[in-house]
Design a protein around this ligand. Sequence first.
Ligand code: ADP
Length: 218
Amino acid sequence: MKKEFAVIGLGRFGGSICRTLAQEGMEVLAIDIDEERVNEFSNIVSKAVVADTTDEKVLKDLGIRNFDHVIVAIGDNIQASILTTLILKELGVQKITVKAQNDYHEKVLAKIGADHIVHPERDMGRRIANNMISTNVLDYLELSDEHSIVELIASKKMDGKSLLELDVRAKYGCTVVAIKRQTHIIVSPMAREVIREGDILIVIGADKDINRFEKNIV
Ligand code: ADP
């Protein structure tokens, strides 16, 4: 059965989520208080409605409880975002993802039981900054405040050496979980796997260990 999504708030973030879900063939109910924004999405998603989601009755009438996943993408109006999340929670919505505007907003959302809180501006800023600092880092995914998965380009220094010789885990405390080589990908490489310059190493570990590894060998 197809998953049903509801997206509340059709700004840049919520709008982008709606478009992507619709492109992937998902059932999407798009909701905004602003009629113009709703009209913009009426041809893109399954159903688009004008509603103020801080009104419990409105959400009940929309049958919001029956959706598999509700995304609250109300931007600047933090009060409306919190109240909407609280009502969704009280109505027993299974899965709620909320966009946080700042750390205080995030704290309150966590307290009232949002299942997943996203902070797109902050996270994208960190991501771009990390990519700018190092020429070897292609991409990075934050797992926690101190742990990440990073894509690093293998340097000349590593060329021809096996993972065993490089001794990544013992020396640096991080693990190479995959190697991308041209069109193919080696998942869970063996210790005897020989690295070539230009390979993309996917490394998981504590940020400080990954940094050490990157500075010393990559
Ligand atoms: P972004 O930063 O993602 O562009 P915006 O602040 O521009 O976010 O968009 C948030 C959207 O949420 C706006 O389209 C706004 O009309 C909508 N919105 C705000 N309050 C409510 C509410 N109570 N009910 C429904 N939609 C709301």
